[in-house]
Design a protein around this ligand. Structure first.
Ligand SMILES: Nc1ncnc2c1ncn2[C@@H]1O[C@H](COP(=O)(O)OP(=O)(O)OP(=O)(O)O)[C@@H](O)[C@H]1O
Length: 412
């Protein structure tokens, strides 16, 4: 059977990046940028943008399959008699996300219209319920999650109205917004917010289960231009984000942690999936920690840590082994009890899968060694420990030495 490369269909063409009018090159501490409501961040869509980035991609089309089950954006549609559709923002496995104007308040929102397939088993109220729990926690980190505004039905599609966020980290890292390489300070600030936000979710007993670059967006699309030193070519103008505040998207797959037995089922996108999920073992908060480790590495190296061509569990485990292994012997033996022949122990521990058997992809094509920031590399390795019991908790990760840099002035 031919290998089918599974790729998300997405639209990334409609982010209005506005050139900030102020010439601010000051590095601001993270706590300030988190709460920032300075004039810099309020420069937005009104008046009309001084500069809009060119369309990064040809418009993506809705996924194939039964066309009547997937919502296609039409600018004539007014969802729930209130939200006038402007443009499709993305097509996910579970729904189409559009940007719409709230005809009552005049503000812009995102509306997710769930695909109709009966096999999807998606409850549109679930995302709203999880967000309510986040709200009930009364914590400053509430603002790190896309606000769920309303839910309802339109034309037979169940829909969820959400706070509109801007470019996802996927769009940014892929270079669609002209912002790469990201300044080290921005990587630091974004990393901290991701770890801190999901740590808050964990403190509420909730596991996100779908952390990935596509599900983290920046809140504000304003950019400014600074003088940037390239060691080879000297100074040149570079666009950077004015503020790095991030927003976690897609609470649709969040679950309550089942303690102490652990949760079951296949969660997370394969390149971000922790080994215990692949192995069909019980999993818990560690799946988010592992996915965050992958995400931070992707942000730093600007590429996917695991090959997108990986399509077997064993190949994926071999990638993890190569990246952050070896699997501890005790854990490997435990896995072998359930899946004999997964590991052989004759000459050190190794996974039986071998790249020679499948030459169409590397076991992994990015090494953690390419992460030159040693403390970030250490944080990532701790988040991605093969045995979930060895993995650092997100709460502890917020105190990792990599984040000591938040209090220091960093240039570059
Ligand atoms: N609040 C939002 N603001 C702006 N864009 C959004 C918002 N929510 C989602 N998007 C865009 O739509 C895409 C798909 O959204 P989402 O991940 O919530 O859908 P899904 O069907 O659950 O997808 P997945 O395949 O990731 O499970 C996102 O990757 C993002 O590009």
């Amino acid at each position: 059977m031919p290998r089918i490369r599974q790729r998300r269909l997405r639209l990334t063409s409609d982010f209005d990046f506005v050139e900030a009018t102020s010439d601010d090159t000051t590095v601001r501490p993270i706590d300030q940028s988190l709460q920032d409501s300075s004039p810099m961040t309020t420069i937005g869509r009104h008046p009309p943008p001084a500069r809009t980035l060119p369309s990064p991609n040809p418009p993506a089309s809705p996924p194939g399959g039964d066309a009547s089950e997937t919502y296609k954006a039409r600018t004539t549609d007014v969802i729930m008699a209130r939200y006038r559709v402007q443009v499709a923002l993305g097509y996910g496995r579970f729904g189409t996300v559009v940007r719409a104007e709230d005809t009552v308040t005049g503000t812009l929102v995102a509306v997710k219209l769930l695909h109709k397939g009966e096999d999807l088993h998606v409850d549109p109220l679930w995302e709203a319920r999880i967000f309510q729990k986040i709200l009930d926690g009364c914590d400053r980190r509430v603002s790190s999650f896309a606000r769920v505004i309303q839910s309802g039905t339109f034309d037979g599609f169940k829909c969820i109205v959400l706070e509109l966020c801007q470019a996802t980290l996927y769009d940014i890292i892929k270079g669609y917004c002209g912002l790469v390489p990201l300044p080290a300070r921005h990587i630091l600030e974004m990393s901290y917010q991701i770890v801190d936000a999901v740590s808050y979710l964990h403190s509420l007993g909730i596991i996100h289960t779908d952390i990935k670059l596509d599900n983290i967006a920046v809140k504000c699309a304003d950019v400014t231009t600074v003088k940037w030193l390239d060691v080879l070519t000297g100074y040149h103008d570079k666009r950077i984000l004015v503020t790095t505040q991030i927003c976690i998207l897609d609470l649709g797959r969040a679950v309550h942690a089942i303690v102490p037995t652990g949760n079951h089922g296949r969660v997370c996108c394969l390149p971000y999936r922790a080994p215990e999920v692949n192995l069909g073992m019980p999993w818990s908060y560690g799946v988010d920690a592992f996915a965050i480790g992958c995400t931070l590495a992707n942000i730093y190296v600007g590429d996917s840590l695991m090959s997108v061509d990986i399509d077997s569990d064993q190949e994926h485990l071999a990638s993890i082994d190569k990246l952050v292994g070896p699997f501890p012997e005790e854990y490997a033996r435990k896995i072998n009890e359930k899946y004999p022949k997964m590991f052989k122990f004759d000459n050190g521990i190794s996974i039986l899968w071998s790249p020679e058997r499948d030459t169409s992809s590397d076991a992994s094509h990015v090494e953690t060694a390419s992460i030159h920031n040693r403390s970030l590399c250490d944080l990532i390795r701790n988040l991605m420990r093969p045995n979930p019991r060895d993995r650092i908790t997100l709460e502890a990760a917020t105190r990792h030495q990599y984040f000591d840099g938040l209090n220091a002035l960093q240039l570059g």
